[in-house]
Design a protein around this ligand. Structure first.
Ligand code: HEC
Length: 154
């Protein structure tokens, strides 16, 4: 019992340092636990790459480059698929939003009037683990600055 007394104190110091890092990243509403949840192992990344190639690359591009003129609506009101690399704005959204878009599709996620989204729902075809993995793969298409920014949104 005596020996374990110093552990909480050390943990407290580590938490304080992590909290400071979080504040420096601009994570006003973030917690230390949230930062920890970003970690994915190499198996999950491998899975994410495969899920992306099989389900997302046709529209969003092999390397996440998106479709041409992705910011201009087509005559039918839909937008072409946006890039997932640094030139897009996937990294402007927190994980919860990205997970929702992929799970329920653009139409349900954006909802609202006058929006016609070409982003399909994958909630029926992909497991939650596959969706997390594919988003982890998408994160690898960003630079350090974009990853830090996106982490600060949680
Ligand atoms: C049939 C084409 C198509 C496929 C396949 C597709 N998407 Fe999309 N996706 C879109 C379009 C179009 C949008 C833009 C939605 C809008 O604004 O209407 C979009 C938007 C998104 C967004 C939001 C990006 C942002 O910046 O707001 C995410 C995240 C996303 N897709 C992830 C995925 C993932 C992950 C897969 C594969 C599991 C996938 N998409 C497969 C067409 C597609």
């Amino acid at each position: 019992m005596m020996a374990s007394r110093s552990v909480p104190r050390r943990r407290g110091r580590a938490l304080a340092i992590l909290t400071l890092v979080g504040v420096l990243l601009g994570a006003c509403s973030g917690t230390v636990d949230d930062l920890g949840s970003l970690a994915v192992d190499s198996d999950a990344l491998e899975l994410g790459r495969a899920v992306y190639a099989a389900n997302c690359a046709t529209c969003h591009g092999e390397r996440g480059e998106g479709q041409p003129n992705w910011q201009s609506r087509r005559p039918d009101g839909t937008l072409p698929a946006p890039p997932h690399d640094v030139s897009g704005h996937t990294w402007h959204h927190p994980d919860e939003v990205l997970i929702e878009i992929v799970t329920v599709g653009g139409q349900a996620a954006y909802g609202g009037s006058g929006i016609i989204s070409g982003m399909p729902a994958f909630g029926e075809q992909l497991t939650a683990a596959e969706i997390t993995a594919v988003l982890a793969h998408i994160r690898t298409l960003w630079g350090t600055a974009e990853r830090s920014y996106q982490e600060s949104l949680r």
